[in-house]
Design a protein around this ligand. Structure first.
Ligand code: ATP
Length: 285
């Protein structure tokens, strides 16, 4: 028996930190939406109780350090189920890119093992479990579009943003998310995103306001450490897009454009400057 799950990447339309909590984490506020760039996770029921994993990518761990492996293990520990699984990951989302590839693989494994092992857990229960694995996992279980608060586990569903193209450019560097958050000084943030305005714009399907108000408080930190990320943002702005922003802690920079023609033009202008360039649809629902 086997089940297959899609694990889409996310982009942050806004990313804000409100304060540093006593547990050392930041109190976050982020609007996230899924895009049509996805890994595929195939899960095969094993005859024994082992969890095994293979992946099409040499860039991710193939053992218990893989977030998909950790998701299956967590599910087994929390439910006491005595079943095994073989996890096969077809990797398409760039690794350590700010697109939550690992988190989405973990979320897809939670959803998939819930079906494969006939556990009958609700989405709410899977979201709660996801929080044990990482801050982006609850959103990835939820998918679609949502405002995430707390450490990322308090989710309010939002409607899908208007249909548009997302052009992504990933420079050939990996940015460790924890490093960037460690350098964040909340009291020194100059421009907080206007999250309320963004929520309203999404409810109204106001593409122009969405594109204009995208903001991420981690940008200045990543830009200082990795100036090439800022250069990509500047380059995209020069070529023209309705909105440009770094996703998560980077280094991927994404641009929103409305028409196929503009997406194609932007992709062509970025090739040669950046090796990993994609144009995908916003999924959002
Ligand atoms: P986020 O946006 O949630 O911070 P990210 O896109 O920056 O995530 P990931 O692609 O999730 O980063 O990878 C972060 C780290 O997690 C990498 O160093 C990678 O080795 C490890 N990792 C573990 N499991 C996976 C997986 N299934 N896919 C990708 N990376 C994984």
């Amino acid at each position: 028996m086997f089940v297959s799950e899609k694990a889409p990447a996310k982009i942050n339309l806004t990313l804000d930190a409100l304060c540093k909590r006593t547990d050392g984490y930041h109190e976050l506020e982020s609007i996230m939406t899924t895009i049509d760039l996805a890994d595929r996770i195939d899960l095969f029921l094993r005859n024994d109780q082992k969890i095994t994993l293979e992946s099409s990518s040499g860039l991710v761990p193939h053992d218990e350090k893989n977030l998909a492996y950790r998701a299956a293990l967590l599910l087994r520990e929390k439910t006491g189920i005595r079943k095994g699984v073989h996890i096969r990951i077809y990797k398409h989302i760039p690794v350590a890119a700010g697109l939550a590839g690992g988190s989405s693989d973990a979320a897809a494994t939670l959803r998939g093992c819930n079906r494969l092992w006939r556990l009958g857990l609700t989405d709410k229960e899977l979201i709660e479990l996801g929080a044990y694995i990482g801050s982006d996992v609850p959103f990835c279980v939820h998918a679609g579009t949502a405002l995430a608060k707390g450490r990322g586990e308090i989710l309010s569903t939002l409607p899908s943003p208007p249909l548009c193209w997302v052009v992504l450019a990933k420079p050939p560097i990996s940015v460790p998310t924890a490093d960037i958050f460690q350098r964040l000084k909340v009291d020194q943030i100059q421009d907080h995103p206007d999250t309320k305005k963004m929520v309203q714009a999404i409810h109204e399907g106001d593409y122009g306001t969405i594109a204009k108000n995208m903001a991420n408080i981690l940008e200045p930190i990543t830009f200082e450490l990795y100036p090439e990320v800022q250069k990509i943002k500047e380059r995209i702005k020069k070529f023209g897009a309705d909105g440009v922003l770094m996703s998560g802690s980077g280094p991927t920079v994404f641009a929103l454009v409305k028409t196929d023609a503009r997406a194609k033009r932007l992709v062509n202008s970025l090739r040669g400057f950046c090796r990993q360039v994609f144009a995908v649809r916003i999924l959002g629902a």
